[in-house]
Design a protein around this ligand. Structure first.
Ligand code: IMP
Length: 429
């Protein structure tokens, strides 16, 4: 059976929620493999709107939902999100939900550090979601993390806590903060432990079992390739690998399990937080894209920066993530524009580049080279076949496909599940 890996091919917020929801309804298991509760997925099912930050999207339809080891887990945020969904009538139990027991925890001290650093950085801040994601990943690779499995052995945690607190106390002192209240931390962990442990298990084992049994697995990526800690606009990135390859290492299945890689691509570009953005529009056109596209963050409510479609960046994302096909979203936001532009290359100190350079100074300095196309007067909103689209909109989509060197698998034309033009079914191919 085919599996599908969904990733964002820009800076996140590409409209993954709807596509993932559609695929989740046809999957046997849905797995989150990186990030944490910094993600924001809005699912609209009938009259109900579900807002997810940490839980896999399959949870809403009762599909087996798994948080893999590549995620950093805030146990208190987990409990709050489960309680919110339960109040909306979603059943979540140990049969349909599992957490990797080797998943590192986000602790209150990580949130503190995230906030302290961002405040101290002033205008040089990353613009994080403030959820403690970066500091938690630092402790993971620094081999100081408290993991889900440690919650079952809190009495044997002394030497780990020594290392963790020694590290954080030094950092906190630098910010003029008191040391970690170790007793309070242990008390909080003791309190939340039974709640988390009811879902904890070696999920690599469960996933390998369901795979052998022929299950269709959906790997649900969060953020986007341009926020990847290796391949993104470093240092203005998140602290995990957001590329498709992480689906394997972040869940405990081999790379041959990840299947069709579906890159979610918005018909224009947005970004939340700081960092380079070559095609950003700080004018009335950018304002219009933001208003028509309702570009406000799901997690933090921040206004998203908006700009023209950047084919160079998306081509790079698709190559790095081995994208099989893309889902193009929010084309309707461009409806009614007289002209539309696509970035096809960059100019940097007199040279023309067909890729996005690695150095932050070069990234900040590149100037986009644009191709201008006529816009379209009709509407694409709600279209369900090519015949429903204005001819010029089809030309735009075809040009995007050509420039990013990756085929379009589907086009999403509204938040409604049915408003989709399906070219190639990722689960069938
Ligand atoms: P962090 O992941 O909270 O450390 O934030 C690092 C960067 O990633 C910031 O620019 C955030 O705005 C961005 N970011 C994190 N999660 C998301 C997301 O789900 N969508 C869009 N941007 C995100």
């Amino acid at each position: 059976m085919a599996n599908v890996t969904v990733i964002g091919a820009q800076w996140g917020d590409e409209g993954k929620g709807k596509i993932v929801d559609w695929l989740a309804s046809r999957a046997d298991a849905v797995v989150r493999f990186q990030g944490g509760h910094n993600a924001g997925h809005t699912l609209v099912v009938g009259e109900q709107v579900y807002k997810l930050s940490l839980l896999p999207s399959g949870i809403v339809t009762g599909t087996l939902s798994i948080i893999g080891n590549g995620v950093v887990l805030d146990p208190w945020a987990l409990k709050a999100e489960i309680e919110k969904l339960t109040a909306q009538g979603v059943a979540i139990n140990a049969d349909n939900f599992a957490i990797a027991d080797n998943c590192p925890l986000i602790l209150p001290l990580h949130r503190d550090l995230d906030g302290l650093r961002e405040t101290a950085a002033g205008s040089g801040k990353i613009g994080t979601t403030g959820r403690g994601i970066g500091p938690a990943y630092e402790d993971k690779v620094g081999r100081r993390a408290i993991r889900v499995c440690d919650l079952a052995h809190l009495d044997a945690l002394d030497s780990q806590l020594d290392r963790l607190c020694a590290h954080h106390d030094a950092l906190r002192a630098g910010f003029g903060q008191p040391p970690v209240d170790r007793d309070a931390l242990v008390a909080e962990l003791r309190d939340i432990a039974p709640y988390v442990l009811q879902f904890a298990q070696p999920v690599w084992k469960r996933l390998n079992q369901v795979r052998k049994a022929g299950a269709r697995i959906l790997f649900e990526g969060a953020q986007g390739v341009l926020l990847d800690v290796d391949h993104g606009t470093y240092p203005f990135v998140t602290s995990s690998n957001t590329v498709s390859g992480t689906a394997a290492s972040g869940s405990g299945l081999g790379p041959n399990a990840t299947g069709f890689v579906l890159g979610i691509v918005k018909a224009y570009t947005t970004r939340v937080g700081s960092g380079p953005f070559p095609t950003e529009l700080e004018d009335a056109t950018g304002q219009r894209l933001g208003e028509r596209g309702h570009e406000f963050g799901t997690v933090t409510g921040r206004k998203r920066r908006c700009g023209w479609f950047d084919a160079v960046l998306v081509r790079q994302s698709c190559a790095i993530s081995g994208v099989t096909g893309i889902a193009l979203t929010k084309v309707d936001v461009l409806d009614g524009m007289e002209k539309v532009k696509i970035c096809t290359g960059y100019r940097l100190r007199g040279k023309v580049l067909d890729y996005f350079p690695s150095h932050a100074a070069d990234q900040a300095e590149v100037e986009p080279i644009y191709e201008e196309m006529d816009g379209w007067a009709g509407t694409t909103a709600g279209a369900r076949s090519w015949a429903d689209l204005p001819a010029q909109a089809i030309k735009y989509i075809q040009r995007v496909q050509e420039l990013i060197e990756t085929p379009v698998a589907l086009v999403s034309t509204s938040p409604e599940r049915e408003d989709t033009i399906l070219v190639r079914d990722p689960f069938v191919d």
